[in-house]
Design a protein around this ligand. Structure first.
Ligand SMILES: Cc1ncc(COP(=O)(O)O)c(C=O)c1O
Length: 420
């Protein structure tokens, strides 16, 4: 073969090509590849709410032969599934004008919803006022106050009593609105204050809200359908996407009913074959309602009692009335879960999966195993991991407390559910 002769023109062409190539390489190094959207910075605290991971709970999946998936709601910034609800309630109220910018959101709750509202309200420039029973753990008021909320601790009474903490919270929102109205009128009196006109005196020291409070809004998590919509528009679609539509069943307990209603309605609209179930704790009337059509027995009727006489150790779930939110649920059946099963489940998840879960999450996992037993292996079952064990140290994770109620965990595996 004849030797190739390298001419001057060829050398010049090669050097130009090399130079162009190195410019291209340099440029491609400098411009970073676009990150997938879920890796992009989220927009403030509110942007960090939702889109929680869906994880395979390995121990339960391996033991049942089903894929048992848990939606990690405990990873929301406020620590629970209620962050979604707080955002939706505030956004809808601001949009409708029912909550004035800078106004105060009131709620009667000793639990996660109050913490989520207090967490989220400042992101909207709003305030939060929480009314809780004075037998609720003191840490709860401390957390709420640390988050900037005002807290009113009141005597626990029946829901039918005007001074039940939920009823007081509703009243506080009206009072804030009356105050705002007075303040506006005050400003309209030709520059004169009401004090100058008719001697009205606002003693800020003695009042719950500042004189210039622009108004109040009662969050009303039980009856406000923004709660349902948070899950119908958020949790449900996320589960659908994260499973690629490959989901056979959904199960969750109900407190307000928002989660189970929003997720079940969305999933069943997508695929009517997806079976949705409730897991109900002791003392709740919903199991009877779903399985027998009767909401509660006379003794259980809410309003006849000062406090829940069938106290369950699980917090935030179980109810004896039909809320507007729960009424939106599309359910195929219900299971009962016991306190002992929830305690055992929480220890099982901790030992086997490293999941440190709150009481309602543990109950939901009891529900997932019950569903697996009912529909058989080979199915995908989704449930909700509502909050972490961190908020449950004084009861659910307190050995002394548990032993007092004969709830000390003893199981080695899942034998308490008849598995293994
Ligand atoms: C920790 C926790 N888990 C579960 C629930 C129940 O969720 P939902 O109110 O959507 O029925 C609540 C409700 O307050 C809760 O606080």
């Amino acid at each position: 073969m004849a030797p190739v002769r390298i001419t001057g023109a060829m050398v010049a062409a090669i050097s130009v090509t090399m130079a162009l190539l190195s410019i291209v390489l340099y440029k491609s190094k400098k411009t970073k590849p676009a990150l997938p959207s879920n890796k992009n910075p989220r927009n403030g605290l509110v942007g960090a709410i939702g889109n929680t991971p869906l994880i395979r709970i390995n121990s339960l999946s391996d033991a049942t032969g089903c894929e048992i998936l848990g939606k990690c709601e405990f990873l929301n910034p406020g620590g629970s599934v209620k962050d979604r609800v707080a955002v939706k309630i505030i956004e809808e109220a601001l949009e409708s004008g029912d909550l004035a910018p800078g106004g105060v959101v009131t709620e009667g709750s000793a639990g996660s919803t109050a913490i989520s509202l207090a967490t989220v309200a400042p992101a909207y420039g709003c305030k939060c006022h929480v009314v809780i029973p004075d037998d609720a753990a003191i840490e709860k008021s401390q957390i709420l106050e640390a988050l900037g909320a005002t807290v009113e601790r009141v005597r626990p009474v029946s829901i039918t009593h005007r001074d039940h903490f939920v009823n007081i919270a509703r009243r506080r929102a009206s009072e804030a609105n009356e105050l705002a109205l007075k303040h506006r009128k005050d400003e309209q009196k030709n520059g004169k204050t009401l004090e100058q006109v008719n001697g009205f005196h606002y003693d800020e020291e003695k009042q719950l809200f500042p004189r210039n409070c622009p108004g109040g809004y009662f969050a009303d998590q039980f009856e406000n359908l923004a709660n349902f919509r948070a899950h119908y528009e958020g949790t449900g679609p996320e589960i659908w996407e994260q499973t690629g539509g490959n989901v056979d069943a959904f199960v969750a307990a109900a407190g307000t009913g928002g989660t189970v209603a929003g997720a079940s309605k969305f999933l069943q609209e997508r695929n009517p074959n997806i079976k949705c179930f409730l897991i109900d704790p002791p003392g709740s009337g919903l199991f009877n309602k779903i399985t027998r059509g009767v909401m509660y027995t006379k003794e259980e009727a809410e309003g006849r009692r000062l406090k829940n006489p069938f106290d369950t150790i699980t917090e935030g779930i179980g109810i004896n009335r039909l809320t507007k939110n729960f009424l939106m649920a599309k359910l195929d059946g219900a299971f009962r879960g016991t306190d002992k099963e929830a305690v055992e489940m929480s220890r099982f998840l901790m030992k086997n999966d490293g999941l440190f879960m709150g009481s309602s999450s543990a109950m939901n996992c009891v529900g997932a195993v019950r569903v697996a037993q009912s529909i058989g292996p080979g199915h995908t079952i989704v449930t909700i991991l509502c909050d972490s064990g961190m908020r449950h140290l004084s009861k659910f994770y307190n050995a002394e407390y548990l032993s007092k109620f004969d709830l000390t965990p003893t199981a080695c595996g899942l034998e308490f559910l008849g598995v293994g």
